[in-house]
Write a protein that binds this ligand. Structure first.
Ligand SMILES: [Cu+2]
Length: 639
C-alpha cells in the first residue's frame, strides 16, 4: 500500500482518538505547559545504560516535557519522550548500543495513566509483532540477547487516553537507535534518527502540507548538528527512518555508497559486489541504512530529504505557528530551508587552502531563464529555459514545463552561466554533480566562510564551474525556496557523456516526471513537461539508453512502467543517480521502477518487434502516459 494512505489511515485514527480525549479532558493551561521539564536532544554519541560482564542494564521511563526542535531557547512543544530514570527525556530516545553477544536487561517504567507498548525490545533479527505492553504505573523487565550486528531502533507507542499535554504529538518522539556492533561494521560512525512530528489537530490540506516538524536527531534545520570532516576522510553514517513517511535522502556534492538495508528488525549488509553508489537513497518507512562516503571538495554541504514538503520553510513555519511555537523565520528565509536537513562542513586537507580555483573552462553553456506569458485559456505562467551551447540553441517548448537537456563531458572543465531574467531571485543546483560547494546552488550556506553562494537576483547572472568526474544522468533544478519555481518548469536533464562521445537524441532518450503545481494529490503529473507527451518512434532491434528523472516536489513514489500490451517489457538497469551499477544489478528485468524525487535511473532497452509501447507514469490517482510506436527494423540503420 502507498505510504501516504498508510499515513492517512494512522493519522485519522489518531486524530479521532485525540479529539475524543480532548472532548473529555481539560487542556493544560499555558502556564502548566511551560512548567514541563525540558526534553533534550542528542546525536547518539554514547550508549545509555551500564555495560558489565556482557550485560547492558538500562532503566527507561516515559517522560512528559517540552521539546525544542528549533533553538533551545525557543518555545517548546509538549511531548512524551523516553529517558533514563533520573535523567531528562530525550529525542531521539536514549541510544542502546552494544557489542555483539551482549544481553540487554531493561527495566521500563510507565508513570503515565495509560498503557504504553514497547516495540523492538527483542533480539535481532526479530519480529515487529513481538511487543511488550507496560500497564499504567507499572515497571516491566525485559531481558534479551542483542542478536545479529546491525542498525536497528525501538519505539514506544501509547494507547488512548493520551495526556492532554502530549495531545498532538505522539509520532516519533519515543523512538531511539538500537545498534549492535560487530561483523566488521564501522564503529566510528554517526547515527542519525529521522523524526516526524504531526500536528494531528489540523485538518489536512494538500495545498498546504501536513503541518509537521521534520527533524534529524531531534532538531530541525538550521538547528541540526553540523558535521565536520576533512577532504579525503571516510565518513560512515547510520541513517534510521522509524517514521511512517518515505524520505529520499540526498547528499550534495558527492556520491555515497549504500552498505546495508534494514527494516528495524533485520539488516542486510551488502557484500562488495552489491554496494551501489548513489546521491539519493529513497528510504521507505521503517528503513535503515549504513552508508559510506568520502568528501572530495571542501566547503559546506547538505544531506537532506528531497521531498519539498520536508524542507519547505513555509510548511515548517505553519506547523510551528499552529502550535504557537516561536519560529526563527528570519533565519529560515535567509537560507530558504527548514526541516530534514543536516549541514556538513568539510575542511581542506592540511596545508591546502580552501580557495576555489576553477580550471580554465573548455566548454561554455549559457542557461537563460525567462517567464513565459500564460498560454491561451490558462493563467499558469511557466518558465522558459534557453540553453545556448556554442551555436546550438534549444529551449523549453511552447506550452511545456521542462528545460532542454544540458550536455557536458566527463573530465572537461565547464562553465555554465545562468542568466536570470525572471522577476524573482533564483539559484540552480546541479543535482548529483561532484563540484565545488560554492557552485552547488545552496544559497546562504554553500561555499565557505569567505565566499558564500549568493542568490541570482533578477537581471543578474552567476557562473557555475564544474568538471564532472563521471558520465551519467543528473538534474539541474531550482534550489530557490519557492515551490512555484519547481512546479512551473525550472528544471531539466543534465547529461554527462564520456569524452569524445556524441549526444544521440535518437538513441538516448530522457524521460522526466514533474508536477504542474504544488498540490501533490491534484496537480497533473507531467511527463517530459506535458500531460500529453509525445515521442519519436523507436525501431525494433536497435539499442536505446532510457534515462529517467523524478523531479516532482513531493511525490515519493512515482511508478514508471514500459508496457507492451499492458504487460511490462524487459530492460537492463545500467546506472542510478549517474553512477554505473555494479554487474550484480545489470540483469534483464521487468520494465518497472518506482522512484522518488531526486533519483535518476538509466536503462538499456532494445525493442524486439514492431508495434506500440506505452510508457506509464503513476502516482496514487494520477497517471500520465506516453505512447511510442516501434517501427520495423530499418535495414540500413540496423546494427
Ligand atoms: Cu522526507
Amino acid at each position: 500500500m502507498n505510504a501516504l494512505f498508510c499515513r492517512l489511515g494512522a493519522v485519522c485514527l489518531l486524530a479521532a482518538t485525540c479529539l475524543l480525549v480532548w472532548s473529555i479532558g481539560t487542556p493544560l493551561a499555558v502556564a502548566e505547559i511551560s512548567d514541563l521539564p525540558a526534553i533534550v536532544t542528542h546525536d547518539n554519541l554514547k550508549s545509555a545504560g551500564q555495560l558489565k560482564d556482557g550485560v547492558l542494564t538500562i532503566h527507561l521511563e516515559v517522560k512528559e516535557g517540552l521539546w525544542h526542535p528549533e533553538a533551545d531557547d525557543a518555545t517548546g512543544v509538549p511531548v512524551l519522550a523516553i529517558g533514563e530514570e533520573g535523567g531528562p527525556g530525550s529525542i531521539p530516545g536514549p541510544m542502546i548500543r552494544v557489542p555483539e553477544g551482549t544481553r540487554i536487561h531493561a527495566f521500563f517504567k510507565n508513570p503515565q495513566i495509560f498503557p504504553v507498548v514497547l516495540h523492538g525490545f527483542h533480539a535481532r533479527p526479530g519480529d515487529g509483532k513481538d511487543t511488550v505492553t507496560v500497564e499504567p504505573g507499572a515497571t516491566k523487565e525485559v531481558n534479551f540477547l542483542a542478536g545479529a550486528p546491525g542498525t536497528y531502533y525501538y519505539n514506544v507507542t501509547c494507547f488512548a487516553p493520551i495526556p492532554i499535554a502530549a495531545l498532538p504529538t505522539s509520532d516519533t518522539t519515543m523512538t531511539g537507535a538500537f545498534i549492535v556492533d560487530g561483523g566488521g561494521a564501522p564503529t566510528d560512525d554517526h547515527v542519525m534518527v529521522i523524526g516526524v512530528w504531526y500536528n494531528w489537530m489540523v485538518p489536512f490540506d494538500f495545498t498546504r502540507g501536513f503541518h509537521e516538524i521534520l527533524t534529524m536527531n531531534g532538531k530541525s534545520w538550521p538547528h541540526t548538528t553540523r558535521l565536520s570532516y576533512t577532504v579525503g576522510e571516510t565518513a560512515h553514517w547510520r541513517v534510521l527512518n522509524p517514521t511512517v513517511a518515505v524520505h529520499p535522502m540526498h547528499l550534495h556534492g558527492a556520491h555515497f555508497r549504500v552498505d546495508s538495508a534494514g527494516d528495524g528488525e533485520k539488516e542486510v549488509i551488502y557484500p562488495p559486489e552489491q554496494q551501489r553508489m548513489v546521491v539519493t537513497e529513497s528510504m521507505e518507512s521503517g528503513r535503515t541504512m549504513l552508508l559510506t562516503w568520502t568528501p572530495t571538495h571542501s566547503g559546506n554541504w547538505i544531506f537532506h530529504c528531497h521531498l519539498e514538503m520536508h524542507f519547505d520553510p513555509n510548511l515548517a513555519n505553519q506547523a510551528a505557528e499552529m502550535m504557537g511555537v516561536h519560529v526563527d523565520s528570519e533565519h529560515h528565509h535567509m537560507s530558504g530551508m527548514a526541516g530534514l536537513i543536516v549541514g556538513i562542513e568539510v575542511k581542506p586537507r592540511d596545508g591546502q587552502t580552501a580557495e576555489v580555483k576553477a580550471l580554465a573552462p573548455q566548454h561554455h553553456v549559457t542557461l537563460t531563464l525567462t517567464q513565459n506569458p500564460p498560454p491561451p485559456h490558462s493563467s499558469r505562467r511557466c518558465i522558459r529555459i534557453e540553453v545556448r551551447d556554442g551555436a546550438v540553441v534549444t529551449a523549453t517548448g511552447p506550452g511545456m514545463e521542462l528545460g532542454p537537456p544540458i550536455v557536458i563531458y566527463r573530465g572537461q572543465p565547464t562553465e555554465i552561466t545562468v542568466v536570470n531574467n525572471l522577476a524573482a531571485p533564483t539559484a540552480i543546483h546541479w543535482h548529483g554533480i561532484e563540484l565545488e560547494s560554492y557552485y552547488d546552488g545552496v544559497v546562504g550556506y554553500g561555499g565557505d566562510s569567505r565566499q558564500v553562494t549568493p542568490p541570482i537576483a533578477p537581471g543578474e547572472s552567476f557562473i557555475a564551474h564544474m568538471t564532472p568526474p563521471r558520465a551519467g544522468t543528473y538534474i539541474y533544478h531550482t534550489h530557490w525556496h519557492d515551490v512555484g519555481q519547481l512546479t512551473t518548469g525550472l528544471y531539466g536533464p543534465l547529461i554527462v557523456l564520456e569524452p569524445g562521445e556524441k549526444y544521440d537524441p535518437e538513441h538516448d532518450r530522457v524521460f522526466v516526471v514533474s508536477s504542474a503545481g504544488p498540490n501533490m494529490m491534484n496537480d497533473p503529473l507531467l511527463l517530459n513537461g506535458s500531460t500529453h507527451p509525445e515521442a519519436a518512434p523507436l525501431r525494433a532491434g536497435e539499442r536505446y539508453r532510457l534515462r529517467f528523472i523524478n523531479i516532482t516536489p513531493s511525490r515519493d513514489g512515482v511508478e514508471f512502467s514500459l508496457l507492451d500490451k499492458d504487460k511490462a517489457a524487459a530492460w537492463l538497469p545500467i546506472s542510478k543517480d549517474g553512477a554505473d551499477l555494479p554487474p550484480f544489478y545489470r540483469k534483464s528485468c521487468e520494465a518497472k521502477q518506482k522512484f522518488a524525487p531526486g533519483e535518476t535511473y538509466d536503462y538499456e532497452f532494445r525493442p524486439q518487434k514492431a508495434g506500440k509501447l506505452v510508457l506509464s507514469t503513476e502516482f496514487i490517482n494520477l497517471k500520465t502516459e506516453l505512447s511510442m510506436d516501434v517501427l520495423e527494423p530499418a535495414e540500413i540503420s540496423r546494427k
